[in-house]
Ligand binder design. Structure first.
Ligand code: ADP
Ligand code: GN1
Ligand code: MG
Length: 357
């Protein structure tokens, strides 16, 4: 459906003056909307490729944000700036099921900044604080009432099975050109089940903790609001920690093509651990803290494999800007992973300091 027709279903404060694609998310179609009075909104079409049951996503988001607003208020924060608010349509519904997918609107949280790369340790430490606080705020959320919006989202063994099927099917005829990358994934396949085998406690986790899913307050550069709540589900803290490290402790962008620039930064890892464990460390068991380096390895392995799977399938899942984009991203993740393997002892040394004997 046209953005204009969707907007016509909303009764906003005044007439819409602008609706323009916004942000760098890989999944949803996001638009920034402005009205005559100067108010702003975020309009999104949920990706049908990612979310087959959008009603469940919206039910989770509605409940989780209501819960977060209370938690934020209780700790003296500002619920209007520190979590998302769904803007209902004129008929009171929180989303629209259209032919091309599910549409929804949020209030725009202004005077903020999102980073596509961690510019320095202070920024990344703040991101760690944001996701640590997020998990703590949701510690008492009844996890069994959450829908699993993407089944087995971080079940890496299942991702590996999907990867092998994509290689076998070779739908886009690209397997021949990525033999080295396929071998890289398969060589490590025996480790895919390591996290799930560890019997770690399930928490309410975000599951997509990329740096650009945190809004930083422009005025003081402090972490303000965690966004992109579509994958909030029961999960392991190692997923949240690991996925953030995968993105932010890379010395280059996730899609940097010059692989000599792609390294794993231990100082960035340390900064994130300080922020995250400073907020959430007291609620975690020793086994959970010890699992965080494995989380970083696993999320990087899994994400590289997911990019390569999408490349093999003909780019049906992640947004791409050019033909080889998913392959570039996969190579980037594998380069990062190899460097993480070289620096595994360093990661373990850092988290060990947080384990109380
Ligand atoms: P995707 O699932 O595609 O990543 P997101 O929900 O993360 O979509 O939105 C894309 C980007 O839009 C985010 O990275 C963030 O920069 C920005 N954004 C999302 N929601 C808001 C909001 N309520 N206020 C301001 N910016 C937002
Ligand atoms: C997607 O939605 P976005 O751009 O924040 C993806 C993550 C990947 C990430 C890789 C729902 O995140 O799992 O790690 O791209 N989200 C979904 O950049 O699949
Ligand atoms: Mg996002």
């Amino acid at each position: 459906m046209q953005v204009e027709s969707i907007l016509a279903l909303y009764q906003l404060d005044s007439a819409v003056t602008l609706a323009r694609p916004y942000g760098d998310g890989h999944i949803n179609d996001t638009y920034r909307v402005e009205t005559e009075s100067g108010r702003r909104y975020i309009l999104q079409r949920l990706s049908p490729a990612a979310f087959s049951e959008p009603e469940k996503v919206m039910q989770n988001v509605s409940r989780v944000t209501a819960f977060l607003r209370e938690a934020i208020r209780r700790r003296g924060g500002d619920p209007e700036r520190e979590t998302l608010r769904i803007i209902p349509m004129a008929d009171g519904k929180e989303y629209l099921m259209a032919d091309d997918g599910c549409w929804r609107m949020y209030g725009f949280i202004g005077d903020t900044k999102t980073y596509q790369q961690a510019e320095n340790e202070a920024v990344f430490r703040e991101a760690g604080r944001a996701f640590g606080r997020f998990m703590r705020d949701l510690a008492d959320y009844p996890a069994d009432t959450l829908h699993e919006t993407i089944p087995r989202f971080h079940d890496t063994e299942n991702r590996l099975a999907a990867f092998k099927a994509a290689v076998e099917e070779n739908r886009a005829g690209r397997a021949g050109q990525v033999q080295a990358e396929i071998a890289f994934v398969l060589e490590r396949g025996c480790r895919a089940g390591e996290l799930l085998k560890a019997s770690l406690p399930l928490r309410v986790t975000h599951n997509d903790t990329k740096l650009n899913n945190v809004l930083m307050n422009a005025a003081d550069s402090k972490a303000l609001c965690v966004v992109d709540l579509d994958t909030v589900m029961p999960g392991l803290c190692a997923y949240d920690f690991g996925d953030a490290i995968r993105f932010g402790a890379n010395t280059a962008a996730e899609d940097e093509q010059d692989l000599t620039k792609v390294n794993f930064s231990l100082p960035m890892f340390k900064a994130y651990a300080e922020g995250y464990l400073g907020e959430a460390g007291s609620m975690l068991t020793a086994a959970e803290i010890a699992s965080l380096p494995l989380g970083a390895w696993m999320m990087t392995y899994e994400c590289g494999m997911r990019f390569l799977t999408d490349f093999l399938n003909g780019d049906t899942y992640f947004h791409i800007a050019y033909r080889q984009h998913n392959l570039v991203r996969a190579r980037n993740q594998f380069t990062l992973l190899a460097d993480m393997e070289r620096q595994a002892d360093g990661m373990h040394g850092i988290v060990r300091e947080y384990i109380k004997e």
